[in-house]
Design a protein around this ligand. Structure first.
Ligand SMILES: Cc1cc2nc3c(=O)[nH]c(=O)nc-3n(C[C@H](O)[C@H](O)[C@H](O)COP(=O)(O)OP(=O)(O)OC[C@H]3O[C@@H](n4cnc5c(N)ncnc54)[C@H](O)[C@@H]3O)c2cc1C
Length: 404
């Protein structure tokens, strides 16, 4: 186990520089165009694949081969500093990979995670499909049914998934289905829906407030049949788990919570990258913009705003890195992953709003990037667990009580 330190090792410093270069040279110059087009930025993701930044090997190396836990958040902060919409287009398949890793066997991981990425010459995409039109936070309210057809050894999926990153354009969809409705979230299972499966289609594509280069759509499952081996974890394990629930024995909810806690610091790092971009930009602007015969930063009102922005960003990075280390070493005590994610979302939304304030009228226009960063930041109060759901998780962790 590595000791906790904010100091990056040589490999992490090199990785940070490499991704920063891509973010500065490729993502930043293209950010505005793809935000306006509201389309998946295939040429940019293909370029990332060519240099090894989009691919399962990159994600595996960054996540598995790092005892500190810091490599992934460091990489993500740089990507989202470049652009959040394109950043999520590059990272979206990791959601599917994480879904496979959370429930799949090692053999299923080896088979399906690479298929979520394809190759450098022919990229593929993955999507993780959990949320539904009537149930986002309330995971016990999912309705997408998964029924086993013993005659053909197939699972039949029916239902609609909502707000799915890469939904309908992905090659591999990981779908959470309800096997035993009366067991609520304990009756769920995850399924791989392989490329070209009949009965899976894209529903509406959402027009969004921010991260508009990332594709978000409904996924409709209409008698979509997948082979038995596409049940993640396998039927034997599922039957054992359901039998335990039937007998009233504890399930594996604790393990699932730990998995969510461990991935949340990386979502916080997305928000941190956006906040840092907006802070750096508004700091330079404040030094150059003159009003009343002096740079606006010479007014305490502006300089103190920037001082607060810098302080919040430093505090957030500290929380994210520590939570990432705790997650890697199985040492969470008080939902520190949720704390880091919630703090980062709030800070990014606040910092980007302050950045608009510092740029004044220019900040409110699309000529300058800060309004885009503000729109991009807001999603971090919503997805991967809303601000209120993080509060729920934290309050339960600190009190030991079932706060509702
Ligand atoms: C751009 C985007 C990308 C996404 N990508 C994916 C994806 O790839 N895969 C996926 O499965 N999902 C994805 N989502 C869905 C996302 O995770 C959900 O939107 C989120 O979990 C919130 O669910 P909801 O929208 O149904 O809100 P609701 O659950 O309806 O919540 C509405 C409001 O009520 C509050 N609330 C709800 N319950 C409680 C409670 N018990 N206590 C206090 N407050 C409460 C919430 O905090 C929120 O403020 C994405 C969403 C967006 C917008």
């Amino acid at each position: 186990m590595a000791d906790f330190s904010m100091e990056l090792n040589e490999d992490q410093v090199q990785l940070q520089k490499w991704i920063h270069g891509f973010a500065e040279d490729v993502m930043r110059p293209n950010a505005e165009e793809w935000d306006e087009r509201e389309e998946f930025p295939y040429p940019i993701v293909e370029e990332a694949a060519q240099i090894g930044l989009y691919g399962w090997e990159f994600v595996a190396e960054a996540m598995m081969n790092d005892p500190t836990g810091l490599t992934f958040p460091v990489a993500i902060e740089e990507l989202f500093w470049g652009d959040a919409g394109i950043g999520l287009a590059i990272m979206g398949s990791a959601l599917a990979a994480a879904g496979i890793a959370a429930s799949g066997t090692p053999e299923q991981m080896m088979e399906w995670v690479p298929q979520c990425y394809g190759t450098a010459d022919k990229i593929a995409l993955g999507a993780f499909c959990a949320s539904e039109p009537d149930a986002g936070s309330d995971v016990g309210g999912y309705r997408t049914s998964a029924k086993y057809d013993e005659a053909t050894d197939e699972w039949v999926l029916n239902g609609t998934k909502a707000w799915i990153t890469n939904g309908g354009i992905a090659d591999v969809h990981v779908v959470v289905g309800v096997v035993e409705p009366e067991f609520k979230s304990k009756g769920h299972a995850s399924f791989i829906v392989p490329p070209g499966t009949k009965g899976l289609s894209m529903g509406q594509k959402y027009k969004k407030h921010g991260i508009r280069a990332s594709h978000t759509a409904e996924v409709v499952l209409d008698d979509a049949r997948v082979p038995g081996h596409c049940l993640l974890g396998g039927k034997e394990k599922l039957d054992e788990r359901l039998a335990r629930v039937r007998e009233g024995k504890p399930g594996n909810a604790q393990a699932a919570m730990q998995t969510f806690e461990a991935t949340r610091p990386s979502v916080g790092a997305q928000a941190l990258g956006i906040a840092r971009a907006a802070y750096e930009y508004s700091l330079e602007y404040a030094k150059e913009r003159h009003a009343f015969g002096r740079p606006i930063i010479m007014n305490q009102a502006i300089a103190f705003m920037l001082a607060d922005m810098a302080t919040e960003i430093e505090a957030t990075r500290g929380m994210i890195h520590r939570a990432a280390w705790l997650g890697k070493n199985g040492r969470f005590e008080n939902a520190e992953g949720s704390m880091a994610k919630m703090k980062a979302g709030r800070v990014a939304t606040w910092v980007t709003e302050r950045a608009i304030q510092i740029l004044g009228g220019y900040g409110y226009t699309r000529e300058y990037p800060v309004e885009r960063w503000h729109r991009d930041a807001k999603i971090h109060d919503i997805y991967e667990g809303t601000e209120q759901i993080q509060q729920l998780v934290i309050s339960r962790a600190i009190s030991g009580l079932r706060i509702e």
